[in-house]
Design a protein around this ligand. Structure first.
Ligand code: GP9
Length: 397
């Protein structure tokens, strides 16, 4: 207990000394979080044959706080780990999935904090509610309502090999369900970008050139569709008068192209097969759109565990026990991965070969110069593990 108390006292004490940009700027606004399936960072602002893969997200990124150095931190729980980090700012479980192993724990969450402010909260996902143990875990996260495939009319199938509800239909039906007459937090989990991307194999929805009928080509078509659906959803929010009255957060949950499919991707991006090139591809885009805040690209290194602290600061809610940091008010950026690897603005510590690399040029650096800092960052995993395994937040409170 004393280790946890002093960790959070020190962390919050340090954070309290920093300037506080964007504090309370979205207080009272609705919160719309969209976790996009397998949306990787490299598709943003990228063209193939002169055409943008994600024109709608690119446009939105220009009008948003756009974070372009956010590393994927999911582990055994994959999509559910991304949800878990966003809603609790804790790291994924050391083994297995937190959604299964720790579904009865006490958590500090966005939904619970916003409940105190009078918000209704919704988790929306057009798939079976038992998948990833969501029904149970959403009780612990504190969502008031879980809208699942039991509630959607399966009227258009796109993605996940062509048998998951399309993002278009998902957004459209969701907005018919959410009560927008009072403040709400809606957490959308999309599916159209789910592998296999074979639904798009024979579709000519986007010209992927020489990658046509390849795994990469199909992935790009899937993300191009997901982008178009997001574009239509944003237009709907504008028409409903919600766009200007909501904090909108969009990010990818995890990567969609495994190492076994690396060849075509490295070819597209003209990259080598080095450790540093590959780790730099393990990123997702993060956009925070807040009415009245001008667009800006934030290059500070972070991870998915940092999303809650930024939402908390902007919406004026508590996040004392967050493991993440507010990247808009941090001096230094870093991301710890579940395997103990560490990424910072300047280096990559790879736990697999116990080596430190320059993040820009891949040169091997002298580990002695970094090991104290690396150990300090890795301590985050230990603290988060104690919280999960001992159900410590219940006791601390
Ligand atoms: C299923 C969806 C996919 O409900 O969230 O999860 P994933 O297979 O990507 O972990």
């Amino acid at each position: 207990k004393s280790e946890l108390v002093s960790f959070f006292d020190e962390k919050n004490g340090e954070a309290g000394k920093l300037p506080n940009k964007f504090c309370d700027i979205a207080k009272g606004k609705n919160l719309i979080v969209i976790q996009m399936e397998a949306l990787q960072h490299f598709v943003i602002n990228r063209e193939i044959n002169g055409k943008e893969i994600t024109p709608n997200l690119n446009k939105l990124a220009k009008e948003s706080l756009y974070f372009d150095n956010i590393y994927v931190q999911v582990a055994g729980g994959n999509t559910s780990d991304a949800e878990f980090m966003t809603n609790t700012s804790l790291y994924p479980a050391k083994e297995g999935a937190a959604y299964f192993r720790f579904a009865t724990n006490e958590y500090n969450t966005i939904a619970k904090e916003l409940k105190n402010e009078g918000y209704n909260s919704y988790a929306l996902h057009a798939y079976g509610p038992a998948f990833w143990n969501r029904t149970e875990m959403y009780k612990a996260i504190g969502f008031d309502t879980f809208i699942s495939s039991n509630d959607y009319v399966m009227d258009e199938y796109i993605g996940w090999g062509g048998w998951a509800l399309s993002d278009d239909s998902f957004y459209r039906q969701s907005m018919d369900i959410i009560d927008v007459s009072s403040p709400f937090y809606s957490f959308f989990i999309t599916l159209s970008g789910h592998h296999p991307y074979s639904y798009f194999e024979d579709k000519q929805t986007f010209d992927v050139g020489k990658y046509d009928r390849t795994y990469l080509g199909n992935y790009i078509k899937a993300q191009n569709y997901a982008d178009a659906a997001i574009g239509r959803f944003m237009e709907k929010l504008k028409a409903m008068g919600l766009y200007e009255n909501s904090l909108i957060v969009i990010y990818g949950d995890h990567t969609g192209l495994p190492k076994t499919q690396a060849g075509e991707l490295l070819d597209l991006l003209q990259l080598s097969d080095s450790k540093v090139d590959w780790i730099r591809l393990q990123k997702i885009p993060l956009l925070i759109h807040c009415p009245g805040v001008e667009g800006e690209t934030i290059t500070t290194t972070g991870g998915q565990v940092d999303i809650f602290p930024m939402i908390a600061n902007m919406m004026g809610i508590d996040n004392y026990y967050a493991m993440g940091k507010d990247l808009l008010n941090s001096q230094k950026g870093y991301a710890v991965l579940r395997n103990g690897s560490v990424l910072t603005d300047s280096y990559y510590y790879c736990s697999e070969d116990d080596t430190v690399y320059d993040i820009k040029n891949g040169e091997v650096l002298d580990k002695k110069d970094y090991e104290d800092e690396i150990k300090e960052y890795q301590k985050d995993l230990r603290i988060s593990d104690i919280i999960l395994e001992k159900d410590a937040l219940r006791k601390l409170k």
